[in-house]
Design a binder for this molecule. Structure first.
Ligand SMILES: *[C@@H]1O[C@H](CO)[C@@H](O)[C@H](O)[C@H]1NC(C)=O
Ligand SMILES: *[C@@H]1O[C@H](CO)[C@@H](O)[C@H](O)[C@H]1NC(C)=O
Ligand SMILES: [Zn+2]
Length: 598
């Protein structure tokens, strides 16, 4: 409220010198502390007083106009939910979108990239830009820099927890999630992601384990193997490998269970496992619930590498999920809760790959528009809220390469010319078999750098660096492209930056406008649905047992959650601050013995 600070000021406060005070009035901040005590010039005082009144009135009018414009959402066909008392209203849907690892700079980068690529004017923005309402503060209970697990626990449970926590609190007791509360209240529920469905963000809505490395256990709980039973009606994404035994090609479980068979035989899921399976869903019109759609062994490829004929994209999956959930709830007095994650914006950040990242953000922007269009056309009131769990990479849209003062520019054309992600090129090099130094060099120079990145001026040192890292050269390709585009990164991990909050309709999400703690986003989701997350927490806590420790003290524990943090560290290694994501370790490039956490 820009006018408030001015309105409470007495006119005498304005008896300071012009024009400095102009700034003070317009910003509502006191501009000067050294007020003049000179009362000799009576007419000057009167003049200033009149001026101050006029300025105050102007600011009040501007403030009211501004508030008015905020209260005019983009036109919606749906009936708005009135007032703050969400318990008094009827059927509704909520879609929560997570842009994992997307900080404000990712938006600036992608906006300019798109304008450059498509020859658009500077005022032609991303769709997302129209829906910005605020910012979220992201720290976890254990660190000023969160990981995705603590970040998503803030959204799912509405509470802060430690890095690595999958919907458990710092005391290692389980906390109920908004998805579980929604399901128990009669809503239908869905999760749509582009990474493993067992990865931290989707896991936090549908499982409770002490560390994010417990992906085998997460997969079991997502099917319903825990005290609440099956809570998720629709699953679409990657991560087949944690559902298949280690004895099968494409399986990465540590046991011999086949959860894809169990899903169908024990839990009644309808399973689709590839592009043809996705197509058989007929854009969501032919979905049978519950649905388990696992379209990739691990991650769905980056947008820059993805072949439409092999893998569905985020917007397509989102559309199919919305269509299916709307149809399935059409005769119900309750709607649905759907979480959609642009999972791999984060991975491009970890890789420090700007060419991959801009395409990921555009994919997310497209999915966002798909949801907005759905809400516009739906007869059921609904809201879309989107935010990120954290920023990844410490992305900077500038880079100083040498000693001398830098020019002010960056080069979107470099990102446009890149045809593949650094990760793709690294894998292609790893798969290239030859013992001839000459052939390897030519492959790196021609097939990878020129054909893959359109980089024809690589230095001998850069080429040698790639050749020396056959196992994983991702970060080297990323650096080559980032330097030429003049894009900077400060880490291969996460940063502590605030992230943006977006919403489809500001009149329904006033509670989230401005700067908020990430837990408030989670609380909003439950409030909008009018569901009781605390009651679910109680229900889960009751499913514990009392354990007598060696020193005789009694503690409650929850054996169904699986390993304790200590046991989990023994099995998976310590990833409380730097989880290695089991398939994305950059062993050859690690500098400090840790790889990255998603
Ligand atoms: C951008 O600005 C131009 C000229 O000022 C205007 O004609 C056009 O409508 C604007 N476009 C958008 C998308 O706002
Ligand atoms: C699969 O897991 C079992 C049980 O942990 C183990 O004994 C076996 O060696 C594993 N097999 C493979 C092929 O990794
Ligand atoms: Zn991450």
């Amino acid at each position: 409220m820009a006018h408030q600070p001015v309105a409470v000021r007495s006119p005498q406060d304005s008896t300071t010198q012009l024009p400095e005070d102009t700034t003070g009035l317009l910003t509502g901040r006191p501009a000067r502390m050294d007020k003049r005590k000179d009362n000799t010039n009576f007419w000057r005082q009167i003049g200033l007083f009149v001026w101050a009144l006029t300025a105050t009135a102007t600011v009040v009018v501007l403030g009211v106009l501004y508030q008015h414009s905020l209260s005019q959402p983009p036109k919606r066909h749906q009936r708005p939910i009135q007032g703050p008392d969400f318990s008094k209203t009827g059927k509704r849907n909520i879609i929560f979108m997570v842009s994992d690892g997307m900080g404000p700079h990712s938006l600036s980068l992608t906006r300019s990239f798109r304008q450059h690529r498509d020859g658009l004017e500077f005022n032609n923005t991303l769709n997302l830009d129209r829906y910005l309402i605020g910012q979220s503060r992201t720290r976890s209970s254990s660190s000023l820099v969160t990981d995705s697990a603590a970040g998503a626990t803030a959204f799912s449970c509405g509470m802060k927890s430690y890095n690595g926590a999958i919907s458990v609190l710092p005391d290692h007791s389980p906390c109920g999630t908004v998805l579980e509360a929604a399901k128990l209240a009669g809503y239908m529920t869905g999760l749509v992601v582009t990474t493993r469905i067992t990865d931290a963000t989707p896991a936090c809505f549908s499982a409770h384990v002490n560390t994010r490395g417990e992906e085998d256990r997460i997969a079991e709980q997502q099917l319903g193997e825990y005290p609440l039973g099956r809570m998720v009606d629709l699953i679409m994404g990657g991560g087949r490998c944690h559902f298949l035994p280690n004895t099968t090609a494409g399986g990465c479980r540590k046991d011999t269970r086949n959860l894809i068979e169990d899903a169908q035989n024990k839990y009644g899921f309808h399973y689709v496992g590839d592009r043809a399976g996705f197509d058989s869903l007929k854009k969501g019109k032919k979905v049978k619930f519950p649905l388990l759609g696992l379209f990739a062994e691990t991650d769905i490829p980056y947008e820059i590498d993805r072949k439409d004929s092999e893998y569905p994209g985020l917007a397509e999956m989102a559309k199919a999920a919305l269509t299916a959930l709307e149809e399935a709830t059409k005769d119900s007095d309750k709607g649905f809760f759907l979480m959609i994650e642009g999972s791999r914006i984060d991975h491009a950040g970890h890789d420090n790959d700007p060419a991959a990242q801009v395409r990921e953000v555009l994919g997310y922007d497209k999915a966002w528009t798909t949801v907005i269009d759905f809400l516009d056309e739906s007869d059921v009131p609904g809201v879309l809220v989107g935010t990120s769990d954290h920023e990844t990479g410490g992305l900077a849209i500038a880079r100083q390469l040498g000693e001398s003062y830098p020019q002010y520019l960056w080069k979107p054309e470099v990102l446009e010319a890149a045809k593949h992600s650094a990760q793709y090129l690294s894998q292609k090099f790893k798969d290239f078999e030859s013992t001839s130094e000459e052939k390897i060099k030519s492959f790196v120079e021609k097939d990878l750098l020129i054909d893959g990145l359109s980089v024809d001026d690589a230095t001998d040192e850069e080429i040698k660096n790639i050749m020396d890292h056959k196992e994983d050269s991702t970060w080297i390709f990323s650096d080559i492209i980032s330097r030429r585009a003049l894009i900077g990164w400060s880490t291969h991990g996460h940063s502590g930056a605030d992230v943006n909050i977006y919403a489809s309709d500001p009149s329904l999400t006033g509670l989230l406008s401005g700067n908020h703690e990430n837990t408030e986003v989670g609380n909003y989701l439950a409030k909008y649905l009018d569901v009781d997350v605390a009651a679910v927490t109680e229900k889960l806590r009751e499913k514990g047992v009392n354990k007598v420790k060696r020193d005789g003290t009694e503690v409650q524990s929850w054996p169904w959650m699986g390993r304790s943090v200590e046991e989990s560290i023994e099995v998976h290694g310590d990833h409380s601050d730097c989880y290695h994501g089991d398939i994305h370790g950059h062993a050859s490039l690690k500098r400090d013995g840790h790889a990255h956490a998603h």
